[in-house]
Every structure is written in C-alpha cells, then in structure tokens.
Design a protein around this ligand. Structure first.
Ligand code: APR
Ligand code: MG
Ligand code: MG
Length: 197
C-alpha cells in the first residue's frame, strides 16, 4: 500500500465519484481517572476496534451516496459498528481532524474525526457493543488503547503499536494522542521509538 498523503478538506471534497470513494472514521475518548493496579494512571479511555480483517482500526467506514454529508455517513457507520448507544452523541463538522488520500489498493479519501465523551457514555457504548448490527461481522470487538509504558519498557502502548493497523489508523492514533494531549509527548515519543525496534 502506498503512503497516504495528507490534504486539506476542501481539496479532499473536490475528489468525487466515480474515481474516488470517501470514508470517515472517528476516535472517541473520555477522561479516565482510574489507575491500573491502583498505581499507573490510565489517563483516557480511547476506543478502537478489532476489525473483520484482523487489523486494528477506528470505527467508521465508507460514506455512500445515500448519505447527505460526510458526518451523516460517519454517524450511520458508528451506529452500525458500535451499536445503539452511539446514537446518543453525534459527530459534527467541528469534530473534524484531517483528510488523507490513498491510491492503493483502491482510491480512497479518508477523513478523520475525534470527539470527547464522558467515561459513562463510553461505558454505555461498550456495554451495548454486542448489539451492534456489525458485531461479529465487520467488528470483532471494541478495545481500549493502553496509554502508558509498563516497567518492562515494552508493555502498554509500545506493544499496542506493534500490532497491524488498517490504512493510516496507526498514524491517526499517534497524531491524535499528541495533538489532543492524551498522554505526555515525551512518553508518546518513547513508545513510538520502542515500537519501531
Ligand atoms: N480505520 C479503518 N479504516 C480506515 C482507517 C481507519 N482509521 N483509515 C483509513 N481507512 C480506510 C481503509 O483502507 C478501509 O478499507 O478506509 C477504508 C474503509 O473503511 P472500513 O471501515 O473498512 O469500511 P466500512 O464501510 O465499515 O466497510 C467494511 O465492507 O464493503 C466492504 O470491503 C468493504 O472494507 C469494506 C468493509
Ligand atoms: Mg462499516
Ligand atoms: Mg468500518
């Protein structure tokens, strides 16, 4: 797969059918005061999913012609993949983060969104996830991203980043953790470096 290229939203929107398909994915996160083993701060609960293709990705998917906007398509995909509780919050234009294009294996314009919800809302999504239309089909399960590095220097985020990710989901995750300040920049850099070894 060729490296996805970043581009401005206006330019991204000018790429239309039949040549280009558009997909939207979202990072949902909630402040999390909990501590692992009563010690290690969890910082935030960040939702990702194990996909049907064995890779990790964010919930979301292709926007189709019956969707009147990107956000409409995103909210529809979130309901299909996360279940009924996803209808309690809607992602809007203000939650938009970035767009990328990828030409291989097909021409796709990928839009990324991020939204903060409460830990309670996130828990309700997790609890209802098995009722989602796509559960057991496109979605094999929801997961939370570990935002710490364990004492062995690998466990936690470095090991998590060593998994296989769909599209540019790994880059989207790292970029969002940094810009939304979901963990200290130094620790994030360290985790990325360890994962590269
Ligand atoms: N997470 C997931 N996919 C991403 C991400 C991301 N963070 N970033 C980019 N993509 C790209 C992938 O290349 C992916 O194949 O967007 C494409 C579409 O996203 P999916 O979530 O796979 O699409 P969805 O509409 O949910 O459908 C799932 O069903 O119709 C089939 O083959 C089709 O892959 C599609 C599958
Ligand atoms: Mg889908
Ligand atoms: Mg999907």
């Amino acid at each position: 797969m060729s490296e996805p290229r970043a581009l401005a939203k206006a330019e991204a929107l000018s790429l239309g059918p039949p040549g280009w398909k558009h997909a939207c994915h979202a990072l949902l996160y909630a402040p999390n005061p909990g501590r692992l083993f009563g010690k290690i701060p969890l910082r935030f609960a960040v939702l990702m999913q194990m996909r049907f293709d064995g890779r990790l990705g964010f919930p979301g998917g292709f926007v189709d012609p019956r969707d009147i906007s990107l956000e409409e398509g995103l909210n529809r995909e979130l309901c299909e993949e996360l279940g009924p509780a996803a209808a309690s919050f809607r992602l809007a234009e203000e939650d938009y983060v970035s767009s990328h294009v990828s030409e291989q294996p097909q021409r796709v314009v990928m839009h990324f969104y991020a939204k903060q919800i409460s830990l309670e809302e996130l828990r309700v999504v997790e609890e209802g996830a098995t009722q989602a239309k796509d559960h057991g089909f496109e979605v094999m399960g929801l997961i939370r991203v570990p935002l710490y590095i364990l004492r062995d220097g690998i466990g936690g985020l470095p090991a998590f980043l060593s998994n296989a990710f769909i599209g540019n989901a790994r880059e989207q995750l790292i970029h969002a953790l940094d810009t939304l300040q979901l963990m200290p920049t130094e620790q994030l850099r360290k985790a990325v470096k360890i994962a590269q070894k």
